[in-house]
Ligand binder design. Structure first.
Ligand SMILES: Nc1nc2c(c(=O)[nH]1)N[C@H]1C(S)=C(S)[C@@H](COP(=O)(O)O)O[C@H]1N2
Ligand SMILES: [Mo]
Length: 552
């Protein structure tokens, strides 16, 4: 029963590589898990996963970011972690296979990758030199594990040390070639000398290391949860009552159509867009905002001081510039905060300044025209959202909310720095990545009911949707069924020019068959939403939404 043709040999040698691939995978798991555990004691961005992901997000070209948001929506970060995981797993398996014959080279490769991860940790805005410790400890643990597992894997497959004087350096191993026909247990695919006990030894060691990695990863998560004082502080925090309350919502702000989104978006359902892989956790007692640049008076304000100001409440619909026509990167909330106008009055901007660069603790920045922050709109340094402190992922403890501008140029979460400057002198995060330095919100309208490709019963069909043009308000919404006439939809009550407005329309005699419905809006200045299609980049999508549905 000799199968020792050269193909058979290659096949068996290939099969014999799997323990090394496993050794590589388990070592990588140990590397990341150890680092995660140690990272619980350092900045969030000291975690290799977080730092690598953050760097990746920063260097992602805008088209890829758009594609990711279009494909995965707000799961884009999960998709990123999964991708990083897959690429790391493949690399780890290959390094494991390399370690079989060239352990030094494999260890060197890991050290090099460790250095690259360390560099990405250091490149994050909220990290210092000590924050590379988790990566260093993790890398050493990873290399150590690979050493142990490689030795056991060699024993398991029956590799023997290279003979002195051979082409390999001392200490390195060669794959043992069994002479034809003498492999005692060829049928089971194992090699001579690779006894069951050494295979078990390898599996036990690899299993143990994998379990240890799992425990460290879980432990690290739990530990950083315990150390997440910000969440506990937020839960205990009671915000003061506003000095100026928001206007109560008029009756009838919600269109009476089944399946419409609520007029006020609950915090838990509010869209989330940011570059932060790990949500920054800022203790309010450690938060302060520095106001500086082209101002007469530079100052710093603490969270307690902010809460003692005359807080104001206001309804504002926030929109993301990446929102596609008909998309849902938009939400409406009641915000509580201190007018940015008042902050800037105190700072007294100098002549020539035309922009405020707001920066978050994690390095994101937005360029907002100075005039927008000093005119009479309700631009807020916000601390509350729908009657609660800001959720951590929406900027706790303090963010900006500016009616009329897309979030990327105005809504800085975890804001810690305001610099009064000039557009000519400074550029914000997305401006350096191909987006316009200014981003006023375009008129938009959307069909929420029916959903695209829905089946609608014949007879009386109810349509409903949402339109927005912050700062100008919505004066009219029109819909068109198939290629018919534009018909005026019924507008629900308006809460303010800064909030979205719902609309409805009843098609009394919906005829069976496939149909489409298009929507367009007119804002408070009489401007009609343009039909011209534009992509989100560089300053927001435009065009009329048209959806297909079937009447049955
Ligand atoms: N710190 C920080 N703030 C940020 C961003 C960010 O990436 N980092 N993204 C902005 C963008 S693009 C938008 S649309 C809004 C979204 O706010 P939300 O996540 O609370 O809905 O936040 C803005 N503020
Ligand atoms: Mo955005």
């Amino acid at each position: 029963m000799t199968t020792d043709t050269s193909t058979g040999r290659r096949l068996r040698r290939g099969l014999a590589a799997w323990p090394f691939a496993v050794a590589g995978l388990v070592s990588a798991a140990v590397l990341f898990a150890t680092a995660e555990l140690v990272a619980a004691f350092f900045a969030t961005a000291s975690s290799p996963m977080v730092a690598m992901g953050a760097v990746f997000i920063d260097i992602t070209p805008p088209w890829l970011k758009d594609l990711a948001i279009a494909t995965f929506g707000t799961n884009d970060k999960l998709a990123l972690f999964v991708s990083i995981g897959i690429v790391s797993a493949i690399a780890a398996a290959l390094i494991g296979i390399l370690a079989r014959r060239r352990f030094g080279l494999a260890a060197g490769t890991i050290a090099l990758l460790g250095a690259a991860i360390g560099a990405s940790v250091l490149s994050r805005p909220a990290t210092g030199p000590l924050d590379v410790l988790p990566t260093i400890v993790g890398t050493l643990a990873g290399i150590g594990t690979l050493r142990l597992l490689t030795d056991r894997a060699r024993a398991a497959v029956g590799d023997t040390p290279a003979g002195a004087g051979g082409p390999r350096r001392a200490g390195e191993y060669v794959v043992r070639r069994t002479p034809s026909g003498t492999t005692p247990d060829a049928a089971t695919g194992t090699r001579a000398g690779a006894g069951k006990s050494s295979r078990r030894g390898f599996l036990a060691a690899a299993g143990l290391a994998a379990v240890a990695a799992g425990a460290m990863a879980v432990g690290g998560r739990a530990l950083s949860g315990v150390r997440n004082a910000a969440q506990a502080t937020r839960e205990a925090l009671r915000l003061p009552a506003p000095k100026t309350r928001a206007e109560p919502l008029p009756a009838g702000v919600a269109a009476d159509v089944e399946g419409m989104p609520p007029f006020v978006t609950p915090n838990a359902d509010f869209y989330r867009i940011d570059t932060a892989l790990a949500v920054p956790r800022i203790e309010p007692s450690e938060w302060s905002l520095r106001v500086h640049g082209m101002v007469e008076e530079e100052f710093t304000i603490t969270f307690d001081e902010l809460l003692q100001t005359e807080l104001q409440e206001t309804w504002v619909t926030l929109t993301c510039v990446s929102n596609a026509v008909g998309g849902d990167l938009v939400g409406n909330a009641k915000w509580l905060g201190y007018p940015l106008r008042s902050i800037l009055e105190r700072a007294r901007p100098q002549a020539g300044a035309d922009m405020v660069l707001s920066t978050s603790i994690d390095g994101f920045s937005a360029s907002t025209p100075l005039e927008v922050l000093t005119d009479d709109r309700d631009a807020l340094l916000a601390v509350g959202m729908n009657g609660e402190p800001l959720p951590l992922e929406h900027g706790f403890p303090v963010r900006m909310v500016v009616p009329g501008l897309y979030g990327y140029v105005s809504a800085t979460k975890w804001v810690v720095d305001l610099e009064v400057t000039r557009f000519a002198d400074k550029a914000a995060y997305w401006t350096t990545r191909g987006w316009d330095e200014r981003g006023p919100i375009k008129i938009a309208s959307r069909v929420d009911v029916p959903r695209a490709f829905a089946k609608v019963p014949a007879g009386r069909a109810a349509f409903g949707g949402t339109a927005w043009a912050q700062q100008r308000g919505i004066d009219k919404v029109q819909i068109r069924i198939d290629d018919g006439e534009w018909r005026d939809a019924e507008l629900a009550a308006e809460a303010s020019v800064d909030t979205w407005r719902q609309w409805s329309y009843v098609w009394e005699d919906a005829t069976p068959g496939p149909h489409s419905v298009s929507v367009r809006a007119v804002d408070g200045t009489g401007e009609v939403q343009t039909e011209e299609r534009a992509d989100p980049i560089p300053n927001g999508a435009s065009g009329w939404q048209r959806i297909q549905f079937t009447v049955e």
